[in-house]
Design a protein around this ligand. Structure first.
Ligand code: GUN
Length: 303
């Protein structure tokens, strides 16, 4: 029997509906969560993502600001914008869309955003908090979305063998940090595999939960998967296909046709992890607003 599909679009809709409810509650208390998205240049894929983020935050009832800067923006000019947003009390979350033009040092920009407004979860302070298990930081949206999907699909992570393929700062490493915590939706035994791993299949075949973020189309094939396991495909790749209207199709890092014959449950591409990322961005933004209001209240009580 082919694997059951894990429907990321439906789960993301649930998360976004929870976010809209929490946003309405905050608005009733006089706080409207605000998200600012900054786009530098005209990368077409980035422009699509930025529009989607703006639209989703508006739909959730948030205050939404999109700042578009020209491709020749200097680092100092971008810092000026970030500093302004850092100081703006109506903005609780700031996201600077990556990749940035080459004259700009992305890591310096990541560090410039106040950690309390870093809803991307990229700032070293938030990366550190995630690793330590401090709950008042922000986890990067894609791995947080994978964890949310597992929890909402009723997939037990506690004591499971979880194998992650890919060690990126945005997905693989924070994914491992999330799943090793002594917390709900975690407590897994985690292995991270990467381009220098010897005998990758020996690792992936042990996985009860296999999470693939390798950036290589159809990299994981059916023979590399444990029968009945859960397979989460974080990849999204364009591959040429003459039968497609626009000449290409989107595929994951998992070879869906062969893996779905072996796995118990699997995320499709598109419609799997992708929609979860924006949902988690909204969730982080609401939490940033809640934390900011709690901070204000305690500062007021102390004064
Ligand atoms: N570019 C692609 N994905 C992301 C993301 O999650 N955050 C930011 N800031 N840029 C991205």
């Amino acid at each position: 029997m082919p694997a059951e599909l894990i429907d990321g679009t439906a789960i993301a809709r649930e998360v976004r509906s929870d976010v809209a409810r929490d946003t309405a509650r905050l608005i009733a208390r006089g706080i409207r969560p605000g998200l600012a998205v900054v786009l530098v240049g005209e990368n077409p894929a980035s422009a699509v993502y930025v529009r989607a983020k703006g639209k989703a935050s508006e739909e959730a009832g948030m205050h939404s600001v999109t700042i578009r800067l020209p491709a020749d923006t200097t680092q100092a000019q971008l810092f000026e914008q970030v500093d302004r947003l850092n100081a703006d009390p109506a903005i609780h979350g700031i996201l600077v869309q990556m990749p940035l033009p080459k004259q700009i040092d992305s890591q310096a920009v990541v560090r410039r955003v106040r950690p309390e407004k870093d809803v991307d979860g990229f700032h070293p302070v938030n990366a550190g908090k995630l690793l330590i298990g401090e709950r008042d930081g922000f986890a990067p949206c894609t791995p947080a979305g994978v964890q949310e999907m597992l929890v909402r699909s009723g997939i037990e992570t506690k004591g499971s063998e979880c194998v992650i393929v890919g060690r990126s700062t945005i997905v693989g490493k924070p994914m491992a940090a999330l799943l090793i915590q002594d917390a709900p939706g975690a407590n897994a035994t985690v292995t991270i595999c990467h381009s220098r791993t010897v005998d990758l299949g020996a690792h992936t075949r042990r996985a009860d939960i296999l999470i693939v973020a390798a950036g290589r189309p159809r990299f994981i094939t059916g023979d590399m998967v444990k029968p009945g396991s859960v397979v989460i495909d974080v990849g999204i790749n364009r591959v040429d296909d003459v039968r497609a209207k626009n000449g290409y199709i989107l595929v994951g890092d998992v070879d869906f046709a062969t893996v779905r014959e072996v796995a118990g449950r699997i995320t499709p591409v598109p419609g799997g992890v992708g929609p979860m990322t924006i949902a988690m961005l909204l969730k982080n933004t609401v939490r940033a607003a809640e934390l900011a209001s709690a901070e204000l209240a305690s500062a007021g009580a102390a004064a």
